[in-house]
Design a protein around this ligand. Structure first.
Ligand code: GLA
Length: 385
C-alpha cells in the first residue's frame, strides 16, 4: 500500500512495556482525540509487544491475553476506529517476539489473516529470535507478501534496528518504514547517540519507505518501560525537532494521559509537524561546514540540517549535541552552501518555530549561539536580499 507521509501516532512500548491492557489502549485513543493530537495528524494507536498468551491456540492462531484484553482485539480495533483512528499491532519475524511471546516465523499468512480479521491497519514487525537459515530480506518479504494478500491495507513497519544493512534492501520488501537503529531510551545519552548516526540512514528514505528513528521519548520524564534518566525540556525539544525535520515517523511514546503543558506544546506545534509531513518528502542534508567538508559526519556535534519544502521554503535546524554552547564559528550557515550565492540577489526571511521570532539574513551568512543540548528550528522563505 502507498503511505504518502511518515506515519504519526502513539505506541505502547516506551511507557507501558508488558503492562498493557485494553483500558490503557482505549484511554489513549480517547486522549489522542481530546487533546487535539489526532487532529494534528497522530492517528495510529499501536499496541507493541506482550499482548498475547505465551502459546498459540489449537487452531494455530495467536491468542490475545484474556486478562489484558478481555474482549479480544477486534473489540479494541472497533473502538479505535470509532474514534476516527487507525489500529496498529506488533509481531516479529522470528520464532518469538523480543519479549518471548509467539511470533510469526512460518505463520506469516495465518497471522496476516488474523490481523486483517481484527481490523489491524499497521503492523510493526520485529527481528528477534529469527532463524539463521533464512536471510533477513527474505523474512521481511515473507510477511510483506502475506500482508499484501490478506485482503486489508496494512502499513508494514519493519523493525530490524538497521542491522544487516536493512537500509539497502528494505525497499525491495514493500515495507513502508524501517527502524534505522537499536532501541531508544529516555536519556540524553540515547538521544545524542541516535542523532549522531541519523544522517546516514535518511539518505535511503523516500515517500512510502520512511526511516524510523524510533518512537519518541518526549514527555516521558523518566517514567515507564524505557524511562531511564529522563531528559530536560530542551533535550526533548531537540529530539522532537530532529526527528520531525529528518522525516522520521512521529510515534509518541509517553503516557499522553499525563502530558504536561510543555510536552503538549512540543507535540502539537503544527508548523513543525508540517515540515515532517511535507508532501515532497525531500531529504534533509547537513549544511554545516563540517557536514559539507568532512566524510565522518557521525562526529559532527553541530549539524545544521536543511530540507527543501514543497512551497519553495526551506526548513533549517541548528542542533547542538555537545556540552558547550556553540559559537558563530562552529555553527553558522553560509547561504551559498544551500544554493543561494550572492549572485542570486536572494536571501532568507527566517521564522523560528518554537519562539516565533523572525528576522532576515544579511551578508549571505548567519550564525547561531546555541545552548548545549538545544536547537533552533526555522522555516525560511526565499526573498530579495
Ligand atoms: C525491540 C524493538 C522495540 C520493542 C521491543 C518489544 O527491542 O526494537 O521497539 O518493540 O522489541 O519487545
Amino acid at each position: 500500500m502507498l503511505v504518502l507521509t511518515p506515519p504519526m501516532g502513539w505506541n505502547s512500548w516506551n511507557t507501558f512495556g508488558e503492562n498493557i491492557n485494553e483500558k490503557v489502549v482505549m484511554d489513549s485513543a480517547d486522549t489522542l482525540v481530546s487533546t487535539g493530537l489526532a487532529a494534528a495528524g497522530y492517528n495510529y494507536i499501536v499496541i507493541d509487544d506482550c499482548w498475547s498468551l505465551r502459546e498459540r491456540g489449537e487452531d494455530g492462531r495467536i491468542v490475545p491475553d484474556p486478562v489484558k484484553f478481555p474482549h479480544g482485539m477486534k473489540y479494541v480495533a472497533d473502538y479505535v476506529h470509532s474514534k476516527g483512528l487507525k489500529f496498529g499491532m506488533y509481531s516479529c519475524a522470528g520464532m518469538l517476539t523480543c519479549a518471548g511471546y509467539p511470533a510469526s516465523f512460518d505463520h506469516e499468512f495465518i497471522d496476516a489473516a488474523t490481523f486483517a480479521e481484527w481490523g489491524v491497519d499497521y503492523l510493526k514487525y520485529d527481528y528477534c529470535f529469527h532463524p539463521s537459515t533464512v536471510p533477513g530480506p527474505v523474512l521481511y518479504k515473507r510477511m510483506a507478501v502475506a500482508l499484501a494478500n490478506c485482503g486489508r491495507d496494512i502499513v508494514f513497519s519493519a523493525c530490524s534496528w538497521g542491522s544487516d544493512e536493512t537500509k539497502k534492501w528494505i525497499k525491495q520488501t514493500g515495507a513502508n518504514l524501517w527502524r534505522t537503529t537499536g532501541d531508544i531510551n529516555d536519556s540524553w545519552r540515547s538521544i545524542k547517540e541516535l542523532s549522531l548516526i541519523a544522517g546516514d540512514a535518511i539518505t535511503y528514505g523516500s515517500i512510502n519507505c520512511y526511516p524510523d528513528m524510533d518512537m519518541l521519548v518526549t514527555g516521558m520524564k523518566g517514567v515507564g518501560n524505557v524511562g531511564f534518566a529522563g531528559c530536560t525540556d530542551a533535550e526533548y525539544r531537540l529530539h522532537y525537532s530532529l526527528w520531525a525535520l529528518l522525516g522520521s515517523p512521529l510515534m509518541i511514546g509517553c503516557d499522553i494521559r499525563q502530558m504536561d503543558d510543555f510536552t503538549r506544546e512540543t507535540l502539537l506545534n503544527l508548523e513543525v509537524i508540517a515540515i515532517n509531513q511535507d508532501p515532497d518528502y525531500n531529504q534533509a542534508y547537513d549544511a554545516s561546514a563540517y557536514g559539507v567538508t568532512f566524510q565522518d559526519a557521525e562526529k559532527n556535534e553541530h549539524p545544521i540540517y536543511v530540507r527543501q519544502l514543497s512551497n519553495g521554503d526551506l526548513a533549517i535546524g541548528f542542533f547542538n549535541l555537545s556540552d558547550q554552547p556553540t559559537s558563530r564559528w562552529n555553527s553558522y550557515l553560509a547561504l551559498d552552501r544551500i544554493g543561494l550565492p550572492e549572485s542570486t540577489g536572494k536571501t532568507l526571511e527566517m521564522k523560528e518555530l518554537w519562539t516565533g521570532e523572525t528576522f532576515k539574513v544579511t551578508n549571505g551568512i548567519f550564525g547561531e549561539t546555541i545552548a548545549p543540548h538545544s536547537c533552533r528550528l526555522f522555516r525560511a522563505k526565499v526573498v530579495n536580499a
